[in-house]
Design a protein around this ligand. Structure first.
Ligand SMILES: *Cc1c(COP(=O)(O)O)cnc(C)c1O
Length: 326
């Protein structure tokens, strides 16, 4: 970052940003890329580029675009989000998607776009599902956007190239932060004309940054040095899931990539949090199941420490319960 050669990226003149955009676009088999400050802005800019006011995007009910982006596409773009129920593996029933596509009729918003997310809650989307839903969207002349914030996790888990998971999509957003460890940044990838248009939207929503090469330099390290390493995060998540399954009474999902979900009895969440905190492990207990995510700052020893802390809470809880029964 210190040695990054910089220029004014608002004018497209930052060589470090330009090189990063090319690098990521190349890995995804796309023509061009656009460096943006966050994944949220990347999805927003993609939707603003795909859809006009009064157009509709089909999205998963619990997808990041639908649930965790403050309604930006609707607030700022006048885009109608039509959320569809998903299975635990992230899939939406094809007949449900088909029937959500509106006919050409003045009563309806114009269905323009379908958005998918891969990985889905730490799970790579099934390849057969991907093929079928892409085909369905193509037949209906919908555009396709992939929120691939964690697409490299999917690629590593499936032993595939990211470009093969991006194939068939018109645009793909990738996070450089998250598991890849850059302090900030995402790259939106698509065709050259799409990215030219997206650049205007990025400027409008305040994402045009000047000497952004210092950030892009960190993004380059993320892409060049951290992608293969994701396999270690996946091993650590598997170690965590296995350890948690060894604690009686816990329901554990995962790990498909770097996420483990832990269903905890509602009454246990607050005391569990306090007990873990005393042992130096912090959790966010705002959603149940708890989502446990591994990344480059967590090593196997850290996993074992966390497991120890979980086990000691639940062992103590069970001892307390049996005392109460006696
Ligand atoms: C993190 C994430 C985003 C948003 O990224 P931010 O940089 O936090 O705005 C979008 N989609 C998915 C699936 C994510 O995990």
């Amino acid at each position: 970052m210190e040695n990054a050669v910089v220029g004014d990226d608002v004018h497209g003149e930052d060589p470090t940003v330009n090189a990063l955009q090319e690098l990521v676009a190349g890995l995804l088999g796309m023509e061009a890329g656009l460096f943006v400050p966050s994944g949220t802005q990347s999805n927003l800019v993609a939707l603003l580029t795909h859809c006009g006011r009064g157009d509709e995007a089909l999205v998963g009910l619990a997808a990041h675009v639908a649930r965790y982006e403050a309604g930006g596409a609707s607030v700022l773009g006048g885009i109608v989000l039509h959320p569809l129920v998903q299975e635990v593996d992230g899939s939406m029933a094809l007949d449900q998607v088909q029937s959500a596509i509106k006919p050409k009729d003045v009563h309806f918003a114009k269905t323009r776009l379908l958005c998918l997310e891969n990985t889905w809650h730490g799970r790579p989307l099934a390849l057969g599902y991907l093929r079928s839903i892409i085909e369905l969207a193509r037949k209906a002349s919908l555009s396709l956007h992939l929120d691939g914030a964690r697409i490299f996790n999917a690629a590593i888990a499936l032993h595939m190239e990211a470009r093969d998971l991006a194939a068939g999509f018109d645009s793909v957003s990738v996070c450089l932060s998250k598991g890849l460890g850059a302090p900030v940044g995402s790259v939106l990838c698509s065709s050259k004309p799409f990215i030219d248009e997206a650049r205007r939207w990025r400027k409008m929503v305040g994402g045009g940054m000047r000497q952004a090469g210092v950030l892009a330099a960190a993004g380059r390290v993320a892409i060049e040095e951290q992608v293969e390493r994701l396999a270690i995060d996946h091993e650590n998540a598997t170690r965590l899931a296995k350890g948690l399954r060894g604690i009686p009474g816990l329901v554990v999902e995962g790990a498909f990539t770097n996420m483990v979900f832990l269903h905890v009895p509602e009454r246990a969440i607050a005391p569990l949090g306090e007990s873990l905190a005393r042992q130096g492990v912090l959790i966010d207990g705002s959603e149940n199941p708890l989502r446990l995510v591994t990344h480059l700052d967590v090593d196997a020893a850290g996993i074992d420490r966390a497991l120890q802390a979980f086990a000691s809470y639940f062992v103590a809880e069970r001892a307390g319960a049996s005392k109460a029964l006696n």
